[in-house]
Ligand binder design. Sequence first.
Ligand SMILES: [Cu+2]
Length: 482
Amino acid sequence: MKQLKSLLGLTLLGALMFTACSDKKEQKQTDASEIPVSREMLAELTSPPHVPTPVGRRKAKKLIVKMEILEKEGEMTDGVKYMYWTFGGTVPGSFIRTRVGDEVEFHLQNHPDNKLPHNIDMHAVTGPGGGAESSFVAPGHEKTFSFKTLNPGLYVYHCATAPVGMHIANGMYGLILVEPEGGLPPVDKEYYVMQGDFYTKGKNGERGLQPFDMQKAVDENADYVVFNGKVGALTGDNALTAKVGETVRLFVGNGGPGLVSSFHVIGEIFDKVHVEGGDLVNTNVQTTVIPAGGAAMVEFRVDVPGTFILVDHSIFRAFNKGALGMLKVEGEENKTIYSGEIRDDIYLPEGPGIQQMPTTDEIIASEIPAKSFEEQMEFGKQAYMQTCFACHQAEGQGIPNAFPPLAKSDYLNADVNRAIGIVLHGKTGEITVNGQKYNSVMTRQMLSPDEIANVLTYVYNSWGNNKTVVTKAMVEQVRNSK
Ligand SMILES: [Cu+2]
């Protein structure tokens, strides 16, 4: 009974709180719509990665935004051209900075040289289509509509002309910030970064002017995933910069059209994230999800110098499709926060025994057998670079006192069956190679007989060795003789 009572009490309390909350929200919205505007002002628009001056303490204004649509050729990456459709001549489009209560008079201008009609849907707009319906504009025309900013936050805008996906895929998106009354807390550096995925007829890196590929876009099979419209927009000389001790705020958007971003900065932790660009602030975040058509504000203080890498942590997008940017931080080292490399020791976790690995019988021979000596050399080199290279080094030179050389190795050249046995079973105990003693551990390598034949053929026919050709039959014979 007592329980029931308290349950009832809780429900009542909950209901009360709920009405209280929704009341507050309603009030806030009416308030914003009633904020009076004084005077007119032409909005400062900036190209990425720059953002306009903060609103600070300024009063709400009638803010005139003039945005020009340009269809223009640009470079996706070295040698790859793409026909971008842009708001303001850049991908992402010009950054718009407003404050809550502003009355934005939006002029959308479609350049006469453009081929297509376009429009704009701004997620900061309360109204049908986010402005899309009132802004549909043919080349050589200008459309004007106006809206009042009711909710503070960071919002995406994009073209919404059919086929919508195609207009977005070609680069028609950007960010509009609505600052709260009194502005966001000041920081030292602010930047504008926006991810987008691109779909081209040719595959990643294929040269020439690459047309948009509708089927790949429908399949969400992107050839490029990039920050700020192209590979390398934020790397090398284009890197973002800051000084040790400064606070950095990134306005990060995701235009899509298809992919969700797992935004991460390698070597930094976000002190604050305005989740989804709204009021909710999360602290101490490693990776923040930015939905297609969404945004986030991330803030952090840079404490040590170095190059910090911005990535979509769906990591092949970063290293293979372009979603990689840089923040270069200059200033004094702080060895307490980050020491740098102190020592490089040899690490052999296996200890004195040889680690148990699956036997070669358990390894399914996935390889197609080599058909010629040339193929054996080619496959062998691949296997070498994947497995042996880490210890024996690229030219088989080894590492003094740790890994014996395979180049001109008297030990190797003296006995091919012994060498096969080493790769099959691993090796431990003292050996002498070219007059040097080694007493270490080589673990058994997880290779099929074909792969062992190829890799040893490669080793024997490189770096001054005796040119033995090792066959699968030889490997199998050594394996079965044990
Ligand atoms: Cu468009």
